[in-house]
Write a protein that binds this ligand. Structure first.
Ligand code: ADP
Ligand code: MG
Length: 719
């Protein structure tokens, strides 16, 4: 006998066979549980009249207020022209705003008449307002219709006559069934109590048919907590299992190479942040457990040196290290840098990429297996099965977001003991993302740039400033510097009014005829791309026009200008990455964002964040608030992306922190406290909501785990 929640939806009053099919195929609602968890995407509160003074909080449902209009006035010009009405409930006043049909609305409502306005209050600068509310004359005979959820329906359903009303009725039928009383809370009772969460049965009622706004908030918060609790519990459980079970190399001593380098070769003083991070890494390597660390540091913060010195720790303990980079150019640059540092202390570095010749490749393979090479730098070529190590002690992965999870994992197979892993990224990850998507990694941050760097001067300019921008470019070229110009498109596109690389290349050649211009974009053959890149790296070409393929890693300290065309098309984090390509030398550098004159205030405000700060963390937080976490680089490429149904990583940082704390407490205390159906302890608990949230994530984690620790983990213990 399935439990109440697992009951087939067709047995619900008002459903039956035909509707059950539609609900399942269109909404994924197949059981009672699915319907209970099919939450409204917004609410309308027609249960009573609100007073303006009692409104509080910023995320209110649409609600109604009774009162009178005092006056109307038009404000602003052109596209920003709007009608503002002052509305009062007799005590307080609020602004009602219309952006269209201004003439109609300005005369539609009579002073003195009592109206009911209905809409979602916006909270801005300590005041509430409403935009285009529904307005009708107050009718004392009309009864209030209640506080209801609005459900999203598919087009197909609408065509077949399904309405939000129908869903309300079905959910209402379900909520009035006596069986609901037998439903267990999905969270441990302790957690519900300690965090003052609304119990699940009550929360189901309040989220579908709220009694009032406060209880609705409590219900929503409870489901957010529940969702994040299980995500965190899962990640933490996995991390704990791993740290308990996965042995790593024990690097007990700091030896000859590390000290020799530190005292005799290191060309500069390490920054405080670099020292701190090295200590964190050192501490990890002394535990005898495998290190999994994410190293975040803005472009130019000196991650390579940290990586190199960590590698020396491995060398001093008789192990080899690998540094994997996403592109051939980047790998080559790393190789040159590391070789310079390593040679004086007698540490052997080699380079292995896709273009390494067969004979040389074979030789490198042999020297890796014999242990003669201490440090291997390379691209994807490193993860081929033919590459074997004598003893791989540390794998460093640079700019990890270009590597898929699976590729990362293949490095791990190289040993019976899992190598320590250091993942380096210049894309700062907001804390909430770090705690979820990268929850299994420890995080180190280099939050300090080497001394003497001048922050890149960032300017926002428009087409009518083009002459000024050209002057900046030519003055920098005359000083011997190099310039990047980035375009959103390769070729012209009739549908999109955007600048393209092809057209830009022509214009650039014409405008700066005495300088060589090179170009790269994503559709070029790798060899052609490398050739063009090379021209720029060597300084033969002074201007590079490119698409965003140059975003990652290229290091040309002589480049001092970055022009980004149609900057409004790029995310803030991406702009930050692009800007990081300049300002790598000691001289003043410039980043010019070419905006669109016609773009809205929002876009201009977004771009102006770039002119105000060079702090990558501030920028990524702002970016996540604007675009939502799903679009962030980290989430998509990490392969661990899971979809949250209720919680929003951009906004629910506090709930997340509490949920994580609760999950940790529960796991530390007694995992058995976890409620039945919990993904952490049970894999096959049917179609529970909790399962749905995490299914995706679990399967990814599972496959990742399998490859990662194929030698050392008894998988059955984890799933
Ligand atoms: P990223 O973190 O972007 O990978 P890099 O490792 O390429 O940064 O470092 C940028 C530049 O700064 C390199 O030329 C590097 O040698 C230099 N650098 C690194 N650490 C320091 C330091 N502590 N003092 C001065 N220069 C440094
Ligand atoms: Mg780097």
């Amino acid at each position: 006998m399935p439990g109440f929640l697992e009951t087939d939806i067709k047995y619900l009053k008002g459903v039956g066979d035909a509707r059950a099919k539609v609900l399942a195929s269109e909404l994924g609602v197949a059981t009672f549980r699915d319907l209970l968890y099919y939450f409204p995407f917004r609410h309308i509160d027609r249960s009573r009249f609100y007073s303006i003074g009692e409104l509080s909080g910023s995320d209110l449902p649409a609600l109604q207020i009774k009162g009178r209009f005092i006056k109307f006035a038009t404000e602003g010009e052109g596209a920003k022209k709007r009608l503002v009405g002052i509305f009062t409930d007799g005590q307080r006043m609020m602004e009602i705003v219309w952006f269209s049909k201004i003439t109609t609305f300005s005369t539609a409502y009579k002073p003195g008449v009592e109206y009911v306005i209905f809409g979602k209050p916006n909270y801005f600068r300590n005041a509430y307002s409403m935009v285009h509310p529904e307005v009708e004359q107050f009718d004392p005979a009309k009864p209030p219709t209640g506080f209801r959820g609005v459900y999203s329906l598919t087009e197909t359903m609408r065509k077949r006559g399904y309405t939000t009303r129908l869903l309300q009725t079905l959910v209402g039928n379900l909520l009035s069934m006596p069986g609901l009383a037998s439903v267990d809370d999905t969270l441990p009772a302790d957690v519900v109590r300690r965090y003052s969460l609304m119990p699940v049965q009550e929360a189901f009622r309040q989220i579908h048919f709220p009694e009032n706004a406060r209880l609705l908030q409590k219900a929503i918060e409870r489901f957010k907590f529940e969702e994040l609790f299980y995500v965190e519990a899962h990640i933490l459980r996995y991390t704990m299992e791993r740290s308990a079970k996965i042995p790593g190399y024990l690097f007990g001593r700091i030896g000859e190479k590390f000290n020799g380098f530190y005292f005799n070769v290191l060309p500069f003083e390490l920054t405080g942040a670099q020292k701190r991070v090295l200590k964190e890494i050192r501490a990890d390597m002394k535990t005898g457990r495998q290190m999994n660390r994410l190293l975040q540091g803005d472009v130019g913060s000196g991650k390579t040196m940290v990586a190199f010195m960590s590698m020396l720790m491995a060398v001093d303990n008789g192990c080899q290290s690998a540094l994997m980079a996403p592109t051939e150019i980047l790998a080559t640059q790393h190789f040159e840098t590391l070789k310079q540092w390593a040679e004086p202390i007698g540490v052997k570095v080699a380079l292995l990429t896709g273009s390494t010749r067969t004979a040389a490749r074979r030789e490198i393979h042999e020297r890796l297996e014999s242990g003669e090479i201490d440090i291997i730098v390379g691209t994807h070529a490193l993860i081929e099965d033919t590459v074997r190590f004598k003893c791989l002690g540390l794998a460093v992965i640079d700019e990890q977001h270009r590597f898929g999870v699976a590729q990362r994992a293949r490095m791990w197979r190289k040993n019976t003991v899992a190598p320590h892993v250091l993942v380096m990224t210049a894309t700062p990850i907001p804390r909430t993302l770090a705690m979820t998507v990268y929850g299994d990694l420890e995080v180190s941050v280099i939050d300090e740039l080497p001394p003497g760097r001048k922050p890149v001067t960032t300017l926002l300019r428009y087409d009518n400033n083009r002459h000024e921008v050209d002057l900046l470019i030519s003055s920098q070229l005359k000083d011997g510097r190099q310039v990047y110009i980035v375009y959103p498109l390769i070729s012209e596109n009739e549908k999109l009014d955007l600048k393209s690389l092809e057209e830009g290349y022509e214009r650039t050649c014409e405008t700066f005829p005495s300088y060589k211009v090179c170009f790269v974009h994503g559709k070029m053959k790798p060899a052609a791309k490398d050739h063009q890149m090379d021209l720029f790296v060597k300084g033969e070409a002074r201007i590079m026009v490119a698409t965003t393929v140059i975003e990652v890693g290229v290091n040309v300290p002589n480049a001092s200008v970055m022009i980004i065309e149609n900057a409004e098309r790029f995310g803030l984090s991406q702009l930050h990455q692009l800007r990081g390509r300049v300002g790598r030398g000691a001289d003043q550098s410039y980043c010019v964002l070419m905006g669109k004159m016609k773009s809205g205030a929002d876009t201009k405000k977004r771009l102006s964040i770039m002119t105000e700060t060079t702090d990558g963390f501030l920028i990524s937080e702002a970016d996540m608030k604007i675009r939502g976490p799903g679009d962030m680089e980290g989430t998509q490429q990490s392969g661990l992306a899971f979809s949250l149904r209720v919680a929003d990583l951009a906004r629910d940082g506090q709930v997340l922190t509490r949920a994580r704390e609760a999950a940790l407490a529960v796991l530390r205390g007694a995992p058995s406290l976890l409620a039945p159906g919990c993904v952490v302890s049970q894999q096959d608990s049917g179609s529970s909501f909790v399962m749905k949230v995490s299914e995706n994530e679990i399967s990814v984690m599972k496959s990742e785990l399998r490859v990662r620790f194929v030698h050392s983990v008894d998988w059955s213990q984890i799933s």
